[in-house]
Design a protein around this ligand. Structure first.
Ligand code: GDP
Length: 196
């Protein structure tokens, strides 16, 4: 799929703020600072559409980006940020769950994990929760440009150690927003899910 246009559409914290034009949606989740904004920007070939920041936990809304006027990428706020209060964390949790569990036009969920480390407790919780949603899931291990070739196998074994990846609806991809490693595969997965 060729990316022809992309635009920020709306930010939402509840259902009545979600876009009204019902198009297929692909959600992206990951803990703060994992590289989610960078992945969105690299996928869309935009420098700064999704905000990249060194201040994790800033984005607290669901951000909808309309692509090719035909589908939405939905940036789910980063979780696992220690500096927000427990009450705030619970609020985020509810917002994320409301969206993921009720949005009928949600066609897939991308869970982003830092390839350099073993999945964190938050990554594992998010993944296990996602398995309950009955959605196509793509686990993306990003920042691969920071990994030596000789360590590539370790990335997969780290994932497998903590995540039960053996499900028909689950795919795994290594990725880099810097080198654009596997950008074409990411694009293909999304294209397949939105069925244009
Ligand atoms: P977010 O909080 O998940 O949206 O994370 P960001 O996209 O803002 O990225 C957090 C930091 O990681 C930034 O300093 C990015 O430049 C860096 N980063 C993100 N993706 C990559 C990548 O694929 N390779 C490298 N080397 N750095 C990355």
């Amino acid at each position: 799929m060729k990316i022809i246009s992309s635009e920020y559409s709306v930010s939402a914290v509840r259902e009545d703020q979600y876009p009204r034009d019902i198009l297929p949606e692909i959600a992206l989740a990951g803990r703060s600072n994992v590289g989610k904004s960078s992945l969105i920007n690299s996928f869309l070939n935009r420098k700064n559409l999704a905000r990249t920041s060194s201040q994790p936990g800033k984005t607290q809304t669901l951000n909808f980006y309309k692509v090719n006027n035909s589908f939405y990428l939905v940036d789910v706020p980063g979780y696992g940020y220690a500096r927000v209060s427990k009450a705030q964390r619970e609020q985020f949790g509810e917002m994320i769950q409301d969206y993921l569990e009720t949005r009928g036009n949600l066609e897939g969920l991308i869970i982003i994990i830092d390839a350099r480390h073993e999945p964190t407790v938050d990554d594992i919780a998010m993944y296990n929760y996602a398995l309950l949603l009955d959605l196509p899931i793509l686990v993306v291990a990003t920042k691969m440009d920071k990994i030596k070739k000789s360590q590539y196998n370790k990335v997969f074994s780290n994932l497998r150690k903590h995540l039960d990846l053996d499900h028909d609806n689950v795919s795994v991809l290594t990725y880099s927003s810097e080198s654009k490693l596997h950008l074409a595969e990411l694009n293909k997965w999304i294209e397949d899910k939105i069925c244009l």
